[in-house]
Design a protein around this ligand. Structure first.
Ligand code: ADE
Length: 249
């Protein structure tokens, strides 16, 4: 039962790659797939690339060419939920595309011909990921120092909104949240791939779970210190979380 671990960022993938025994590199669809074993599990590591289409291609290739049976995603996201702060971690319960709008043919946010606007993550796999996240960040916390205080860091579980947009203004984030609220949704975070991965996994009946460390508040400061945060916080977290997760799956 091959497990795919998709990362959004090279820095995150680097730490995971060091865990693979006898890694084998396969090029396909312009992507580099790393196949190997981790804790006696068959694993494929790959970068999702950025945006929904790129992430969908990566996911489809994982399933069609690498016979992957489970997919887990690690990355960073912008916090838009009220108490979702930099350094917090969000485990996805479901995904929605905040830029999906085929109204008036279909309701705002509805995925045409799917009859729904959200796609749920796999519950058992997400429960394991949540457990791994709690344990993982506890052990990662001791290992680094960063100017962003991570003392009151929290783990959340809920809806993540994806779209082909880096949200970098408080106004933009507020509009996005208010639109979703009108349709009865309360997203905790925004990013650019998860809903696409969820949709492909839904199409193939493949269990999917995702975890995102909050790198910014999706405001005008969003791009500042992004790469430092990824290197110093998000990557050690991703590694620590996956180290625990691989023991549980
Ligand atoms: N990933 C991390 N931060 C983000 C943001 N502000 N918008 C979209 N994707 C993100």
């Amino acid at each position: 039962m091959t497990l795919a671990i998709m990362s959004a960022l090279l820095d995150e993938q680097r730490g995971l790659l060091e865990q693979l025994s006898q890694p084998r590199r396969v090029q396909r669809a312009g992507r580099t797939f790393w196949c190997g074993q981790w804790a006696e599990q068959d694993v494929v590591l790959v970068l999702s690339k950025v945006g929904k289409v790129a992430a969908a291609t990566t996911t489809t290739t994982l399933i069609e060419a690498f016979d992957v049976k489970r997919v887990v995603f690690t990355g960073v996201a912008g916090g838009v939920g009220q108490s979702v702060n930099v350094g917090d971690v969000v485990v996805a319960q479901a995904f929605i595309q905040h830029d999906m709008d085929s109204s008036p043919l279909f309701a705002r946010y509805e995925i045409p011909l799917y009859g729904r606007d959200t796609l749920a993550c796999d519950e058992p796999l997400s429960a394991l990921l949540l457990e791994a996240t709690h344990t993982g960040i506890k052990s990662a916390r001791g290992h680094f120092h960063h100017e962003n205080s991570v003392q009151d860091q929290r783990v959340h579980q809920g809806l993540i909104a994806s779209g082909d947009q880096f949200v970098a203004s408080a106004q933009g984030a507020a509009a996005l949240v208010s639109g979703l609220k009108q349709a009865g949704h309360a997203p905790l975070a925004v990013e650019m791939e998860g809903a696409a991965v969820a949709q492909v996994c839904h199409d193939y009946g493949i269990p999917f779970a995702a975890v995102r460390t909050i790198s910014d508040r999706a405001d005008a400061q969003a791009h500042v210190d992004f790469s430092a945060f990824v290197q110093q916080v998000a990557s050690p977290y991703a590694l620590s979380i996956m180290r625990e997760f691989i023991k549980l799956v």
